[in-house]
Design a protein around this ligand. Sequence first.
Ligand SMILES: CCCCCCCC(=O)SCCNC(=O)CCNC(=O)[C@H](O)C(C)(C)COP(=O)(O)OP(=O)(O)OC[C@H]1O[C@@H](n2cnc3c(N)ncnc32)[C@H](O)[C@@H]1OP(=O)(O)O
Length: 220
Amino acid sequence: MTFDLAFTEDADAESRLEALAALTRQTRELMDAVALTAAPEGELAEIAGELAVLTERLRAVSRQSTHPFHIGSDGTLRHVGNAVIGSGNPFALPLVIEPDPSTGEGGVRADVTFRPIHEGPPGSVHGGVSALIMDHLLGHAAALAGRGGFTGTLTLRYVRRVPYGEPLAATAAVARTEGRKTWVEGRIADQAGTVLVEATGLFITPTQWPPMRDAPSVAG
Ligand SMILES: CCCCCCCC(=O)SCCNC(=O)CCNC(=O)[C@H](O)C(C)(C)COP(=O)(O)OP(=O)(O)OC[C@H]1O[C@@H](n2cnc3c(N)ncnc32)[C@H](O)[C@@H]1OP(=O)(O)O
């Protein structure tokens, strides 16, 4: 499998991506506001009507292809459409991932504050949302170690309820490797270091992929 690349060295393309990111941030604010609203019925219906107009305005100019990986003038690789890190995807938290070599090969960490839209059991984060974050972070660790690939398996242990609205930390690092297979371990913990979720993922590098060592880190 190959992916499209787009070079965003020209100011117009960069400025459009910034405008898309601003729209995306505003849409996330809207999603949070909807999840928390206590507005009366009439106002809800009125707002839904106003949003329908905006939705149609955007849908009239839908893109016809997937977002490519964008490569900026500084060499940064960005995946604008990604569901976890994408600056152009309202569904994304977005997660901002930093390298953390102190935790091992491919070590990474990210601050995470889940929101009410991530609710599973009332007052807690949905287990599938925790899995989404772990999948991506573990995959990022594998890629940072030069062993990028697709998730083959992902196993989670939900140790404690994951709260939203509180700053948490997610970490991951490569545990072991064997040929094209890379096992990565990670966790989500609270600020006191109490582990809430543990995850192990197996990532498999497709045969046709070139060696990825020194590949640029992927951001949103
Ligand atoms: C920086 C960005 C980070 C992003 C992180 C996000 C990651 C994702 O969400 S990826 C999306 C979810 N995953 C997918 O869509 C993957 C779909 N599956 C595939 O594309 C393929 O099955 C793929 C690439 C995993 C393996 O295909 P292929 O390379 O042909 O595997 P194949 O040659 O049959 O097997 C290689 C080895 O892996 C093992 N294997 C293959 N698939 C799996 C699996 N799903 N689970 C466990 N083991 C597997 C095989 O048994 C074999 O082992 P061994 O060498 O010991 O015999």
